[in-house]
Ligand binder design. Structure first.
Ligand code: NI
Length: 159
Protein backbone atom coordinates (compact mmCIF):
# COMPACT_ATOMS: atom_id res chain seq x y z
CA UNK A 1 0.00 0.00 0.00
CA UNK A 2 1.08 3.50 -0.68
CA UNK A 3 -0.24 6.98 -0.25
CA UNK A 4 -0.92 8.65 -3.58
CA UNK A 5 -0.86 12.35 -4.36
CA UNK A 6 -4.29 13.97 -4.23
CA UNK A 7 -5.21 16.05 -7.29
CA UNK A 8 -6.23 19.61 -6.48
CA UNK A 9 -8.94 21.76 -8.07
CA UNK A 10 -7.64 23.31 -11.27
CA UNK A 11 -6.34 19.91 -12.38
CA UNK A 12 -8.18 19.00 -15.60
CA UNK A 13 -8.39 15.35 -14.67
CA UNK A 14 -10.82 16.12 -11.83
CA UNK A 15 -13.29 17.40 -14.44
CA UNK A 16 -13.35 14.23 -16.53
CA UNK A 17 -15.86 11.41 -16.40
CA UNK A 18 -14.50 8.14 -15.00
CA UNK A 19 -14.85 4.80 -16.78
CA UNK A 20 -16.56 1.72 -15.42
CA UNK A 21 -14.47 -1.11 -13.99
CA UNK A 22 -14.98 -4.41 -15.83
CA UNK A 23 -13.04 -6.68 -13.51
CA UNK A 24 -11.06 -6.41 -10.31
CA UNK A 25 -7.50 -6.95 -11.47
CA UNK A 26 -4.38 -6.82 -9.25
CA UNK A 27 -3.92 -3.28 -10.44
CA UNK A 28 -7.45 -2.29 -9.38
CA UNK A 29 -6.91 -3.97 -6.01
CA UNK A 30 -3.71 -2.03 -5.52
CA UNK A 31 -5.53 1.18 -6.46
CA UNK A 32 -8.25 0.46 -3.88
CA UNK A 33 -5.65 -0.24 -1.15
CA UNK A 34 -3.88 2.99 -2.01
CA UNK A 35 -7.14 4.96 -2.00
CA UNK A 36 -7.93 3.65 1.49
CA UNK A 37 -4.45 4.52 2.74
CA UNK A 38 -4.58 7.96 1.14
CA UNK A 39 -8.01 8.67 2.65
CA UNK A 40 -6.72 7.81 6.14
CA UNK A 41 -3.42 9.67 5.70
CA UNK A 42 -5.22 12.80 4.52
CA UNK A 43 -7.84 12.44 7.26
CA UNK A 44 -10.74 12.26 4.83
CA UNK A 45 -14.09 10.52 5.24
CA UNK A 46 -14.14 9.49 1.59
CA UNK A 47 -12.16 9.52 -1.64
CA UNK A 48 -12.85 8.83 -5.29
CA UNK A 49 -10.37 7.33 -7.78
CA UNK A 50 -10.02 10.50 -9.92
CA UNK A 51 -8.77 12.32 -6.83
CA UNK A 52 -5.66 10.14 -7.00
CA UNK A 53 -5.45 10.58 -10.77
CA UNK A 54 -7.22 7.44 -11.99
CA UNK A 55 -10.39 7.81 -14.08
CA UNK A 56 -12.15 4.69 -12.83
CA UNK A 57 -15.55 4.46 -11.14
CA UNK A 58 -14.37 3.52 -7.64
CA UNK A 59 -15.13 5.26 -4.34
CA UNK A 60 -14.10 4.55 -0.76
CA UNK A 61 -15.90 5.92 2.30
CA UNK A 62 -15.30 5.62 6.02
CA UNK A 63 -17.45 7.72 8.31
CA UNK A 64 -16.78 5.63 11.42
CA UNK A 65 -15.01 7.57 14.20
CA UNK A 66 -12.18 5.05 14.49
CA UNK A 67 -11.64 4.93 10.75
CA UNK A 68 -11.08 1.28 10.15
CA UNK A 69 -14.20 0.24 8.37
CA UNK A 70 -13.89 1.38 4.76
CA UNK A 71 -16.78 0.86 2.35
CA UNK A 72 -15.49 0.15 -1.16
CA UNK A 73 -17.90 0.71 -4.04
CA UNK A 74 -17.16 -0.07 -7.67
CA UNK A 75 -19.38 1.33 -10.44
CA UNK A 76 -21.80 2.92 -7.96
CA UNK A 77 -25.17 3.94 -9.31
CA UNK A 78 -27.83 5.99 -7.53
CA UNK A 79 -31.12 4.15 -7.97
CA UNK A 80 -33.22 6.22 -5.59
CA UNK A 81 -32.92 9.64 -4.03
CA UNK A 82 -35.50 11.39 -1.92
CA UNK A 83 -35.90 14.17 0.56
CA UNK A 84 -33.50 17.00 1.06
CA UNK A 85 -30.75 17.92 3.51
CA UNK A 86 -28.44 20.88 3.77
CA UNK A 87 -24.96 19.46 4.16
CA UNK A 88 -21.67 20.86 5.31
CA UNK A 89 -18.93 19.75 2.92
CA UNK A 90 -15.24 19.87 2.35
CA UNK A 91 -13.05 18.04 -0.13
CA UNK A 92 -9.50 16.70 -0.18
CA UNK A 93 -9.21 18.20 -3.68
CA UNK A 94 -10.45 21.65 -2.62
CA UNK A 95 -8.20 22.86 0.19
CA UNK A 96 -9.39 25.44 2.70
CA UNK A 97 -12.96 25.71 1.40
CA UNK A 98 -16.02 24.44 3.24
CA UNK A 99 -19.61 25.04 2.38
CA UNK A 100 -23.22 24.04 2.36
CA UNK A 101 -24.85 22.02 -0.41
CA UNK A 102 -28.33 20.66 -0.93
CA UNK A 103 -28.31 16.88 -1.18
CA UNK A 104 -30.97 14.17 -0.96
CA UNK A 105 -31.60 13.02 2.63
CA UNK A 106 -32.04 9.40 1.58
CA UNK A 107 -30.34 7.52 -1.25
CA UNK A 108 -30.15 3.95 -2.43
CA UNK A 109 -26.96 3.07 -4.29
CA UNK A 110 -26.21 -0.11 -6.19
CA UNK A 111 -22.59 -1.07 -6.77
CA UNK A 112 -20.11 -3.92 -6.84
CA UNK A 113 -17.94 -4.68 -3.84
CA UNK A 114 -14.25 -5.67 -3.98
CA UNK A 115 -15.25 -9.22 -4.86
CA UNK A 116 -17.34 -7.81 -7.68
CA UNK A 117 -20.51 -8.96 -5.98
CA UNK A 118 -23.54 -6.74 -6.34
CA UNK A 119 -24.42 -4.77 -3.22
CA UNK A 120 -27.08 -2.25 -2.33
CA UNK A 121 -26.56 0.52 0.20
CA UNK A 122 -29.52 2.29 1.72
CA UNK A 123 -28.22 5.48 3.31
CA UNK A 124 -29.44 8.59 5.06
CA UNK A 125 -27.85 11.74 6.41
CA UNK A 126 -24.06 11.76 6.55
CA UNK A 127 -23.57 8.58 4.55
CA UNK A 128 -26.02 9.76 1.88
CA UNK A 129 -24.06 13.01 1.64
CA UNK A 130 -20.73 11.18 1.29
CA UNK A 131 -22.09 8.85 -1.38
CA UNK A 132 -23.40 11.74 -3.47
CA UNK A 133 -20.19 13.74 -3.00
CA UNK A 134 -17.98 10.83 -4.11
CA UNK A 135 -20.22 9.78 -7.00
CA UNK A 136 -20.13 13.40 -8.22
CA UNK A 137 -16.32 13.08 -8.43
CA UNK A 138 -16.79 10.20 -10.91
CA UNK A 139 -18.68 12.60 -13.15
CA UNK A 140 -16.22 15.47 -12.85
CA UNK A 141 -18.35 17.45 -10.40
CA UNK A 142 -16.90 19.14 -7.30
CA UNK A 143 -18.98 20.29 -4.31
CA UNK A 144 -18.02 23.91 -4.96
CA UNK A 145 -20.01 23.63 -8.23
CA UNK A 146 -23.22 23.18 -6.26
CA UNK A 147 -22.32 25.00 -3.05
CA UNK A 148 -25.05 27.36 -1.88
CA UNK A 149 -23.07 29.10 0.85
CA UNK A 150 -19.44 29.12 1.93
CA UNK A 151 -18.71 28.42 5.59
CA UNK A 152 -15.75 29.68 7.57
CA UNK A 153 -14.99 26.38 9.26
CA UNK A 154 -17.67 23.96 8.17
CA UNK A 155 -17.75 20.47 9.61
CA UNK A 156 -14.05 20.00 8.90
CA UNK A 157 -14.90 16.81 7.04
CA UNK A 158 -13.07 16.30 3.76
CA UNK A 159 -14.21 13.85 1.15
NI1 NI B 1 -14.25 15.45 -2.65
Amino acid sequence: MATRTVRIIGDELLRKKSREVEEVTDRINELIDDMIETMYTEDGVGIAAPQVGVLRRIIVIDITPKKKNPIVLINPEVVLQEGEQITSEGCLSVPEIYGKCIRPEHVVVKAKDRNFKEITIDAEGLLAKCLMHEIDHLNGVLFVDIMIEEEKEGSGEKE
